[in-house]
Design a protein around this ligand. Structure first.
Ligand code: ADP
Ligand code: MG
Ligand code: ZN
Length: 478
């Protein structure tokens, strides 16, 4: 009986990042998303004869920052090439890009090695207009040259990813890192971050790479995950059916999940790269390196490690707070000087505050002052208020802000704590439920809920469940 071969997925990503510079890559036109079409153009970015490009120093600066953040080797000298092809979105009929001498070589982010990072210019934006005014049946196409010549960095990974979900997660980590660097607004919907996924499969246990296909231009994390999954299923079905995967460039339609071919290997362009004669090589000076280094913020991975080592946060919390930098900032402000235990504070930020605010809200913009949350969490730790009581206080803080101590007092939410006040109530509960007390005494702890319920009712939920259990054991001599 023959065994069914299992396949593993191999994925490498190519990510285009639109850099948030003041001006375009090789001319002085401003970058402004959403500006009226064709208002930011000049002879250089329109590709008029005789116009001369000049490399944008800020784009190089951002490229160096990215290279440093990714641990790349920074090329002391890199050059631009012309990548020749004809398409209506490219008026020069070539794109200026880096080819064999990119700005950054190698590197790593998390578990994924970086192959290279290079700089290039974006093409114009084509909008296809049908008779219905809808955006696909192409009765007419119009071109917006505002995007033409805007700076892009292309980040190419090694084929180190093995799973669609992990690929999407890794891309999130890259996006957060780029946002922390401030080199791009990394807005996927507006196309500031676009991802091509290269995908192949191979029998588990083998190391040779299979033939890859390339899924083009996916602009959401969900589509990337679903697109890769659909393509892996397609390739697996081909191979299991005795066929061979063909190298081609594909489009994934997120509405129908259909994968269609854009072009096969035979139709691949020969770009006839040659060095751009109008640009001088980019030579990196030590001043440029110093300036890029000085501009580097603490990066999310380093921050997660610091949260773990400095505050003893568990991995999940450290990661969440480091990769959602606004949560990390809020946490650090709440923690500083307020003497609150870091892990409970992190838990309250993640599990209580954020769900109340909504996932996309920056807690700094909320009514809950960081010091107020710190105080509330400290009060829970000191058993001055129960978890349930504190959650009510937090509801109030979220709605109208304020001071947790005052709210606890005003609402009478203070924990009936301390053995002194709680012990007589526990005694009363045991007296009122002799049969339950008997079972507990005999070692059957199941009905303890009856006692806890009694005490909670008496204290209007302001007692600590653990403390009740402790007192029950104490009073029954268990
Ligand atoms: P191409 O010359 O077709 O552009 P590259 O070697 O430049 O291919 O690789 C482009 C991207 O594809 C990189 O991210 C790389 O990691 C990935 N890649 C290369 N080979 C494979 C493969 N067999 N399976 C999956 N990804 C791959
Ligand atoms: Mg390539
Ligand atoms: Zn221009």
């Amino acid at each position: 009986m023959s065994e069914i071969t299992e396949y593993e997925t191999v994925i490498g990503l190519e990510i285009h990042v639109q850099l948030q510079t003041q001006t375009k890559m090789f001319c002085g036109c401003p970058l402004e998303f959403g500006a009226p079409p064709n208002t930011h153009t000049c002879p250089v970015c329109l590709g008029l004869p005789g116009a001369l490009p000049v490399t944008n120093a800020e784009a190089i600066h951002f490229g160096l920052m990215m290279g440093m953040a990714l641990g790349s080797e920074l090329a002391p000298r890199s050059i631009f090439h012309r990548k020749n092809y004809f398409y209506p979105d490219s008026p020069k009929a070539y794109q200026i890009s880096q080819y064999d001498e990119p700005l950054c070589l190698g590197g790593q982010l998390g578990d994924v090695r970086i192959h290279r990072v290079h700089l290039e210019e974006d093409a114009a934006k084509l909008v296809h207009i049908g008779a219905s005014g809808r955006l696909h049946a192409s009765d007419a196409s119009i071109v917006d040259f505002n995007r033409c010549g805007t700076p892009l960095a292309e980040i190419v990974t090694e084929p180190d990813l093995r799973d669609a979900t992990v690929a999407a997660e890794w891309l999130r980590m890259l996006r957060t890192t780029l946002r922390a660097l401030g080199v791009s607004d990394v807005n996927m919907e507006e196309g500031s971050l676009r991802c091509d996924a290269n995908i192949s499969i191979r029998p588990v246990g083998t190391s040779e790479l299979g033939t890859k296909t390339e899924l083009k231009n996916m602009n959401s994390f969900r589509y990337i995950e679903r697109g890769i999954r659909a393509e892996v299923a397609r390739q697996t079905a081909i191979v299991r059916g005795g066929g061979r995967v063909e190298q081609e460039t594909l489009h994934f339609d997120p509405r129908t999940e259909a994968i269609t071919s854009l072009r096969s290997k035979e139709e691949a362009h020969d770009y006839r790269y040659f060095p751009e004669p109008d640009l001088t090589p980019v030579a990196i000076s030590s001043e440029m390196l110093d300036r890029a280094r000085a501009a580097l913020p603490e990066l999310p991975l380093a921050r997660a490690e610091r949260f773990a080592s400095e505050h003893g946060l568990n991995e999940e919390s450290a990661h969440l707070l480091a990769f959602r930098s606004e949560l990390g900032d809020y946490f650090e402000e709440a923690h500083a000087g307020n003497g609150v235990e870091p892990q409970p504070l992190a838990n309250w930020v993640a599990n209580e505050l954020m769900p109340r605010l909504g996932a996309d809200v920056d807690p700094a913009d909320s009514q809950v002052a960081p010091a107020a949350l710190a105080k509330l969490v400290s009060m829970v730790g000191a058993k001055e208020v129960t978890g349930a009581g504190a959650r009510q206080v937090l509801d109030r803080l979220v709605a109208e802000g304020g001071d947790p101590v005052a709210i606890v007092e005003a609402e009478g939410l203070g924990a009936v704590g301390g053995a002194d006040s709680l012990a007589p109530i526990v005694t009363a509960a045991l007296d009122a439920n002799p049969d339950v007390a008997e079972k507990l005494r005999g070692g059957d702890m199941k009905p303890i809920g009856v006692i806890v319920g009694f005490v909670m009712k008496e204290t209007k939920g302001r007692a600590d469940g653990k403390e009740i259990t402790r007192l029950v054991r104490e009073q029954l001599g268990l």
